[in-house]
Design a protein around this ligand. Structure first.
Ligand SMILES: NC(=O)c1ccc[n+]([C@@H]2O[C@H](COP(=O)([O-])OP(=O)(O)OC[C@H]3O[C@@H](n4cnc5c(N)ncnc54)[C@H](O)[C@@H]3O)[C@@H](O)[C@H]2O)c1
Length: 410
């Protein structure tokens, strides 16, 4: 068990009852194991009877009788969700955690994908999580205790429309719920695993790879920085649940969560997540940072950094790119391109002497985003010297942005 490599108590989820959908195989099965390792009992809501039973048996064998309970469930069916709730509540009296892991991967171009495949995907990838939210959130809110988790993927990607469109909607479902339950003791967030060689992904990925004119191995190679084993991906899901308060309202990833908990998960393999990419010029910039610069000078430093960083983000592979852009929007309230346009408009206003008031908040948000990047870096970077160097560089970006904010106010 990967989680045993960290310094974690096995009581973090003691007494908690977790429903995990699609835990008959792949990441869901591993997440169920990890949840039980952390002290929870799991209800496996799985459509495939053979796999669901096998998961239940395997977990009970590994962790002791009564650790897992299989309830045959099609999550897109209201009747099945009613039955799932009835069985789980009768047995345990409550449900504390819902992990929306089940999925189907219909792949193909938008024009060629049958409408029945879109409907099918909607049922599992969006309708199911909504039905589960409607069924279990009321009792969580009543008890002021609960965790509702959605599972994301890369975001828009060619040949994956009928899958990704609903996965993205699932992210927004978690965002909506997190805002609605804020301050109630119920937490909601989204987690993405990265790319993992599960049975489902091997099938769907093979089709995408062939539409892209490459082999499945080449597709994995293209996204090698986001690769993770199903066991590690599932462990990341369970760990994020154990620290749900921290991830409330966020979209995180298994890789990030494991890194933050300092749990080694892929021995001998360096998995890199989006990090600041300081250029040599920026190292020089640190020495020049200071308060004694005009608004125009500060603006030039801020936009130069921003342009270099955002160009770097755009060149990252698909999974990382989508992750950075969603993380950016979540933290600044605007897209990467909108920030760029806003900064350019600020440049024009500085030249023409127009009002600066509307630019103060975006510049402030940008400084806060860089501070957020520092937090992420503290989780990812294992080399202390490299960490210190990069934190210093980002400090200079923050100082520039904050000094610009002050200059705009005066
Ligand atoms: N594997 C990856 O690389 C990858 C990448 C990005 C996101 N994800 C996400 O991670 C999660 C797990 O993916 P995986 O690769 O382990 O998938 P998988 O296909 O291997 O497993 C999915 C499980 O969901 C079950 N399921 C399907 N329809 C269901 C329904 N109607 N009701 C109940 N169960 C149903 C399947 O029977 C299967 O056991 C998914 O949410 C997926 O979108 C995976």
């Amino acid at each position: 068990m990967i989680l045993s490599k960290g310094n974690l108590s096995q009581d973090l989820l003691k007494g908690e009852i977790a429903i995990i959908t699609g835990a008959g195989r792949g990441i869901g099965f591993e997440a169920a194991r990890a949840l039980v390792w952390l002290g929870a009992k799991v209800v496996i809501a799985e459509i495939n009877e053979k796999n669901g039973k096998a998961s239940e048996e395997s977990i009970n064998k590994e962790f002791g009788a009564d650790s897992a309970l299989f309830v045959k469930t099609d999550i897109g069916s209201e009747k099945d969700i009613d039955k799932l709730a009835e069985v789980a509540l009768k047995k345990y009296g409550k449900v504390d955690i819902v992990l929306n892991n089940a999925t189907v991967f219909p792949m193909g171009t938008v024009k060629d994908t049958l409408i029945s495949s879109w409907d099918f995907s909607y049922g599992v990838n969006l309708r199911g999580p909504v039905l589960l939210a409607k069924k279990f959130l009321p009792q969580m809110l009543e008890r002021k205790h609960g965790i509702f988790v959605c599972v994301s993927s890369s975001g828009a990607a060619p040949f994956m429309g009928a899958y990704e469109v609903f996965k993205t909607a699932q992210v927004e479902l978690a965002n909506t719920i997190s805002a609605e339950v804020d301050g109630t003791g119920v937490y909601a967030f989204t987690i993405g695993p990265g790319i993992s060689r599960t049975p489902g992904f091997m099938e769907g990925g093979a089709k995408v790879a062939s539409l892209m004119g490459m082999s499945l191995d080449e597709l994995f190679e293209l996204n090698k920085n986001a690769q993770i084993s199903p066991e590690a991906a599932g462990a990341g899901f369970a760990l994020a649940i154990a620290f749900a308060k921290k991830y409330h309202g966020q979209e995180t990833s298994s890789i990030q969560v494991l890194r933050e908990a300092k749990i080694p998960f892929e021995e001998g393999k360096e998995v890199e997540l989006p990090q600041p990419q300081p250029s040599p010029e920026q190292k020089v910039q640190i020495t020049k940072s200071g308060e004694n610069r005009s608004a125009v000078e500060l603006y030039e430093a801020v936009i130069k950094t921003y342009m270099e960083q955002s160009e770097g983000w755009k060149k990252r592979n698909l999974f990382e790119r989508q992750w950075v852009s969603r993380d950016f929007k979540k933290n600044t309230g605007m897209t990467i391109d909108e920030m760029q346009m806003t900064l350019r408009a600020l440049g024009t206003s500085l030249k023409t002497g127009a009002s600066m008031a509307e630019f103060i908040e975006p510049v402030k948000q940008l400084a806060a985003y860089y501070a957020h990047q520092q937090d992420q870096l503290r989780g990812f970077e294992k080399n202390p010297q490299k960490l210190e160097e990069n934190l210093k560089i980002i400090d200079s970006w923050i100082m520039d942005a904050k000094a610009l904010e002050q200059a705009l106010k005066s």
